[in-house]
Write a protein that binds this ligand. Structure first.
Ligand code: ATP
Length: 284
């Protein structure tokens, strides 16, 4: 038997860090939503008690370092499943890009194996398992648009933003999320984005309100380290994107665009500076 799952990329419309906690994690407030750029996972039961990962992408680990492998191992152990699984990852989401590709693969593996093995695990329980794998995994289990608090695992579902185009541009650098959080001095942050403003804009369905409330405090670390990210933001703004922000810890920059007529100009303009540019829709 085989099951298929889609693992979409996430963007942060807002990412705030409130403080560093005693356990070393950061207390965050994030508004997350998904875009129509996705990895595709195929999972097939194996009679032998083993986990095998394959992918067409040559640049991700295929052993126990792969988050899909870790998700499969975790669910097998917790549910005492003695069967094996073959997981093929069709990677489309750029890696170490701030788009939660690995987390979304892990979440899709949890959802898929729950179905493949008929485990009947509730969504809440899948989220709890996901939290053991990474801070973004619980959100990726449920998807939609959500406010994430705590270290990312406390989720509140909110309305979807109005439909728009999202242009993603990833400069040719890989940014380590752990490195960016490690360099952040949360107590020294001078400005915080307004969660209440963003929530109100989303609830009112105000595209311009969403664009004006975009904010990500991790830009204060990543932009000085990688000037090309700042440059991409400027170019995207000049080309006419309505709202521009770095996603997660970067380096991907996204632009929200309301009018389809503007999209190809922005895409073509960016392609002159950056090889990896994607035009996608917001998943609503
Ligand atoms: P986030 O936004 O959650 O910080 P990211 O988009 O910055 O995530 P990922 O693409 O998830 O980063 O990759 C981070 C690291 O995880 C990479 O070094 C990669 O080798 C490793 N990794 C493990 N499993 C996967 C996977 N299934 N897909 C992509 N990367 C993976």
């Amino acid at each position: 038997m085989k099951v298929y799952e889609k693992a979409p990329a996430k963007i942060n419309l807002l990412l705030d860090v409130l403080r560093k906690r005693e356990d070393g994690f950061h207390e965050v407030e994030m508004v997350m939503t998904m875009v129509d750029l996705a990895d595709r996972l195929e999972m097939e039961e194996l009679p032998r008690d083993t986990i095998i990962i394959s992918s067409q992408a040559g640049y991700i680990p295929l052993d126990e370092k792969n988050l899909a492998f870790q998700a499969a191992k975790l669910i097998k152990e917790r549910c005492d499943v003695r069967k094996g699984v073959y997981i093929h990852l069709d990677k489309n989401i750029p890696v170490a890009a701030g788009l939660a590709g690995g987390s979304s693969d892990a979440a899709a593996t949890l959802r898929g194996l729950n179905r493949l093995w008929g485990l009947d695990i509730s969504e809440d329980e899948l989220c709890r398992l996901g939290a053991e794998l990474g801070s973004d995994v619980p959100y990726c289990v449920t998807g939609g648009t959500a406010i994430a608090r705590g270290r990312g695992e406390k989720l509140e579902r909110i309305a979807s933003p109005p439909q728009c185009w999202v242009v993603l541009a990833k400069p040719p650098i890989n940014v380590s999320t752990a490195d960016v959080y490690g360099k952040l001095r949360a107590s020294e942050l001078k400005r915080h984005p307004s969660l209440s403003g963003m929530r109100a804009a989303i609830e009112e369905g105000s595209f311009s309100g969403i664009c004006s409330h975009l904010g990500n405090v991790l830009e204060s670390v990543t932009l000085p380290m990688y000037p090309e990210v700042m440059q991409l933001k400027d170019i995207m703004r000049r080309l006419g994107a309505d709202g521009v922000l770095m996603s997660g810890s970067g380096p991907t920059v996204f632009g929200l665009v309301g009018k389809e007529a503007k999209v190809s100009r922005i895409y073509n303009g960016l392609r002159g500076f950056c090889k990896e540019v994607y035009v996608v829709r917001m998943l609503t």
